[in-house]
Design a protein around this ligand. Sequence first.
Ligand code: SF4
Length: 472
Amino acid sequence: MSTALRSPANFKRDAAEAVTKPSLKIALDRTTGLLQRRRVDVLKAYPEFEATREVAKNIKDHTLAHLDHYLAEFEKNATAAGAVVHWAETPEQACKIVIDLCRQADAKSVTRVKSMLGEEIGLPKALAAAGIERVETDLAEHIIQLADEPPSHIVIPAMHKTREEVADLFAHHHKEPKIDGEVGTLVESARGELRPKYVAADVGISGANFLIASTGTVVTVTNEGNAELTTELPGMHIVTAGIEKVVPEPQHALVLLRLLARSALGTEFTQYTSFFTGPRREDETTGPEAMHIVLVDNGRTQMLASEMRPMLRCIRCAACINHCPVYGAIGGHPYGSTYPGPMGSVLTPALQSLEVAKDLPHACTLNGRCQEVCPVKIPLPDLIRSLRDDTWRRNLVPKPAKLAVQAWAWVAVRPSLYRLVSGLANYALRLWAGPRGMIAKLPLAGGWTQGRDFPRPTGPTFMTQYKRRQGR
Ligand code: SF4
């Protein structure tokens, strides 16, 4: 799926296509299943998890309530450490700042560490339009860059690819591919391809997992060590970060880091956690000569003032995505945005518009697993329900669906009529099902039976059974 064709407006079409791909199902089952099991195992050894969630929620809520104060403090301390802080209200402004900085550095080639904010603001496209070579250094981002595909997951961007597909890609694109079907050899092949590019890059671009206000520090986590190579070797380090990433003190970042690794990959801690405070100092021998931090709003202050505010607590761990049955069936691409799954169904309408992303809040079974696993206790089902209400109020729901729900609501508040109608429907469905006991096509609700048969009702309605029990 090319980046150009992505849009949440095409969700239904792309989801219908995605469920028909067997290799996608294999890739998703392998990875989400593994991540779920690992999370359960790592939490068994961390009994403080529930208490830490509450602390993390409070840290984020406190910071969001005083966001202006902590952002100003971060700017003051980052500047004192020698970094330059830039402010961008829109994705276009953010990209322009980054491109201008790259031009200042006369950059022909930049290395980049995985950053969802970078994807959100369209930085890869902006770099291409400016004629600057972009080298993705995260292994999964390297894979999707070679495949010319967008990420399908916020922590494991190539989750949709099987090992076999990656081997084919490397065989085709690497100068000296090492392919024997083993994951270790594939990693070696990528390392051989990327190492010279780290050295040749003029600018290194990273995101930020957290920004520490009291020290002006940028915190990044990786499992491959690519953040260090990306930011230390070139002469300039550019950070792009959302304004909600700020926390007051280092100890607050440490609380969130404990939850992040466990929730994201089911590990106690990430392999590499880097703290960058300003560029290289006079007494240091390594590090960039210049450090620029671009703080991006892109709709976040609007969210702050709306009922979507709890979403700004998100630390991008992807636990909600890994536990979402809808994501598990279709993967990330149909969401048509940087952020898939439950968190994407809330963030995308807020960051783009509900008009364009109107189907996303409806791509949810409201089973509540996302809220149960969220380390900062974001009430995702409530936010999704609220967005559904908005689609209803703003007439973004198809007319037939709206009429059907209105008719159902009219019947549902009249108990006698409801019992009569549900009894008749029960009887009709049994007749319709015939001897096989399954209904291949439902009248007026063909969408339900498009991909599976509808089973015949097996007994009297719930109300009839309830009444009989009461009578007994
Ligand atoms: S909404 Fe919660 S579970 Fe989902 S990515 Fe954000 S922090 Fe993680």
